[in-house]
Unconditional design. Structure first.
Length: 117
C-alpha cells in the first residue's frame, strides 16, 4: 500500500470559451453558495469546480487529485506503472513540482495531481 496520501481536489469542466467558462462557474457558485474566482486559464466555483476557459485535457474534463508532495506522488504512481505527461508539469518558483497530468484518461477524464495547499 502506498504511503503517499491522495484526496479529491476538484472536478474540471472544459468550457468552450471564456464566456461559457464564467457562466458555468457562476451557475455552480449560485447553486451551492460558492465564491467565483476568475483566473487566467480557468475559473473556479469555490475550490470544488474548475471550469477551463478553452477545452483542455480530457474528453469530458479532468479530475484533480491533491497530495502533499507531488514529486513523491509521481514516484509512487510511476512505480506502479502509471505514466506522467511531464510536458504538463507546473513548478513553483523554488522548483518544487506543483501539478502534473497523468498520460492515461479514466472514463473520459484526464487526471492530474496537484500540491495540496
Amino acid at each position: 500500500m502506498s504511503e503517499v496520501k491522495y484526496e479529491l481536489a476538484h472536478v474540471g469542466i472544459n468550457g468552450a470559451n471564456p464566456e461559457e467558462a464564467l457562466e458555468i462557474a457562476k451557475l455552480f457558485a449560485d447553486m451551492f453558495g460558492m465564491p467565483v474566482k476568475e483566473g487566467n486559464s480557468s475559473n473556479f466555483a469555490g475550490s470544488a469546480v474548475e471550469v477551463m476557459k478553452t477545452p483542455y485535457k480530457g474528453r469530458l474534463g479532468h479530475i484533480g487529485v491533491a497530495t502533499p508532495d507531488c514529486a513523491a506522488a509521481v514516484r509512487d504512481l510511476e512505480s506502479r506503472g502509471y505514466e506522467m505527461d511531464m510536458t504538463t508539469a507546473k513548478y513553483k518558483p523554488d522548483g518544487t513540482l506543483n501539478a502534473v497530468y497523468l498520460k492515461q484518461e479514466v472514463g473520459g477524464f484526464a487526471v492530474h495531481i496537484v500540491k495540496k495547499p
